[in-house]
Design a protein around this ligand. Structure first.
Ligand code: CUA
Length: 393
C-alpha cells in the first residue's frame, strides 16, 4: 500500500514538473534562446552556474547513496553500539567549507565583468521607455533637442547592430521591463530613471512582458521589440514622421473619416494624443502622465494594440500575417472595433481609477464605431516588418 501510494505520488510530481518545465519555453518568451549580446552574456552565466549546480547536485546525491549503502545497519550489528563519532573533524569541516567558498569566489569573479558591462552605456541611440498601468510607451528624440519626435506604444522599434540605451521610467507603480531574448529584467520605478541596454544582430520580432506585479492587468502588460535592418529602420522613421504630418490634415468633409474624427474629438482626446492635431493630453511633448492613454498618431504602424495583447493585423495558424488581394496586411478590424466599444471586456481594467480604457458600449452606436474605425485607419501606414521574420510567432 505504502509503495503504491509513493509511486503514484512520484508520478504526480513528475507530471507537475513536466508541466512546469513546458512553461519555460512558450516560444514567445524564451530566455533560453538569447539573440542580443546582453542576453547572451546573461545566458552564459546562467548556464555556467547551472552546470556547476548540477555537478554539485550529482556529487551530493552520489555521496549520499554510497553512504546509505556502505554504512547501513547489518543484521549482526548491536543496536546499542554507535559507530565512531566524527563531530569536530577538522579535515572534513575544512573540505566542505573551502570547496564551496572557492566555487562561489570563482563565480563572483567570473560574473563581475558582465555586471559592469550590462551597466555600461551603449554607443547607439537613447529611447525613453515608460511603463504605465497597463502598457508601455516608447519615445524617440531623433535630433537630440529634448523634444520627442516619435512617440509610440507596444512596439519598440530598433535596428540591427545598434546598442540601444533605454531610459526606463514609470508613471504610477513599479513595473519591470523584460524582452527575454534581448536582455534581462529591469524595474521601472516611479521617480527614478533606470538605464538598460538592448541590441540584436538579427532582424525579428522579440516578445516581452511586464514582470513586476502591477495590479489587475499585470499579465496583460506586454510589449515587443521589432528589430529592423538599418534601411528598414530608416524607412520606419520616415513613415512615422510622414504619419505625423498626415494626421494633421483634416479628412474630406462628409466622409466617415471626418465623422470619426469628430467623435474622436468628443470622446477620445481627454486621454489619447494624435500629434499636431490633439495635443491637449500631454502638452505636446509626450511627457506621459498617469492615466493618459497611448499616442495614436501612427496607430496603424503598430503590430499590436491594448498593451500588445491583441494583434493589429490578422495572422494565420503558423503566425504569418494574412494579406489582402492587393498585398496589404489584413486589419484585425473586429477586435479593434470591439476594443473601442467595450475595452474592459477584453482586458481587465479600472477606468474609474484612471487605469485602462473606458467602456463605450452605451455611448457609441454601431454607426459611430464604423466612423471611428474609418478615422483610426487613417492614422499611419502599416508596420515595417522585419525582413526575415514576417510572422508574429
Ligand atoms: Cu506592469 Cu506588471
Amino acid at each position: 500500500m505504502g509503495t503504491r501510494r509513493a509511486r503514484r505520488c512520484f508520478a504526480a510530481v513528475l507530471a507537475l514538473l513536466g508541466l512546469l518545465l513546458a512553461g519555460c519555453a512558450t516560444g514567445r518568451l524564451d530566455a533560453t534562446k538569447p539573440i542580443g549580446e546582453e542576453a547572451r552574456d546573461i545566458d552564459g552565466l546562467m548556464r555556467l552556474s547551472g552546470w556547476m549546480a548540477v555537478g554539485v547536485g550529482i556529487f551530493v546525491a552520489a555521496a549520499v547513496a554510497v553512504i546509505i549503502v556502505k554504512f547501513r545497519a547489518k543484521p549482526t550489528d548491536d543496536p546499542d553500539d554507535l559507530p565512531p563519532q566524527i563531530h569536530g573533524n577538522r579535515k572534513a569541516e575544512l573540505t566542505w567549507t573551502l570547496i564551496p567558498t572557492a566555487m562561489l569566489v570563482f563565480l563572483t569573479i567570473y560574473t563581475l565583468p558582465t555586471v559592469f558591462a550590462l551597466a555600461s552605456e551603449g554607443d547607439g541611440r537613447t529611447i525613453k521607455v515608460e511603463g504605465q498601468q497597463w502598457w508601455w510607451q516608447f519615445s524617440y528624440d531623433l535630433d537630440e533637442d529634448g523634444h520627442y519626435d516619435i512617440v509610440t506604444a507596444n512596439d519598440l522599434v530598433i535596428q540591427t547592430g545598434e546598442e540601444v540605451n533605454l531610459e526606463i521610467h514609470s508613471n504610477d507603480v513599479i513595473h519591470s521591463f523584460w524582452i527575454p531574448q534581448l536582455n534581462g529584467k529591469k524595474d521601472a520605478v516611479p521617480g527614478r530613471i533606470h538605464e538598460w541596454r538592448i541590441s540584436s544582430d538579427e532582424p525579428g520580432i522579440f516578445y516581452g512582458e511586464c514582470v513586476e506585479f502591477c495590479g489587475l492587468s499585470h499579465a496583460n502588460m506586454q510589449m515587443r521589440t521589432i528589430v529592423l535592418t538599418p534601411d528598414d529602420f530608416d524607412r520606419w522613421v520616415q513613415e512615422q514622421l510622414a504619419g505625423k504630418e498626415a494626421a494633421q490634415a483634416a479628412p474630406a468633409e462628409e466622409s466617415p473619416e471626418a465623422a470619426g474624427a469628430a467623435l474622436f474629438e468628443t470622446h477620445c482626446i481627454s486621454c489619447h494624443v494624435v500629434d499636431g492635431t490633439y495635443e491637449s493630453a500631454a502638452g505636446g511633448n509626450a511627457n506621459l502622465l498617469a492615466g493618459i492613454a497611448p499616442n495614436l498618431t501612427n496607430l496603424m504602424s503598430r503590430t499590436a494594440f491594448a498593451g500588445a495583447l491583441y494583434e493589429t493585423y490578422q495572422t494565420g495558424p503558423d503566425g504569418d500575417y494574412l494579406r489582402n488581394p492587393d498585398g496589404s496586411l489584413k486589419l484585425n478590424l473586429a477586435e479593434l472595433r470591439e476594443w473601442v466599444r467595450n475595452a474592459p471586456d477584453m482586458k481587465p481594467a479600472r477606468a474609474d481609477n484612471q487605469q485602462g480604457m473606458l467602456d463605450f458600449s452605451e455611448v457609441l452606436t454601431d454607426q459611430d464605431l464604423d466612423n471611428l474605425m474609418a478615422y483610426l485607419q487613417t492614422l499611419g501606414s502599416e508596420p515595417v516588418l522585419p525582413a526575415t521574420n514576417a510572422g508574429a510567432g
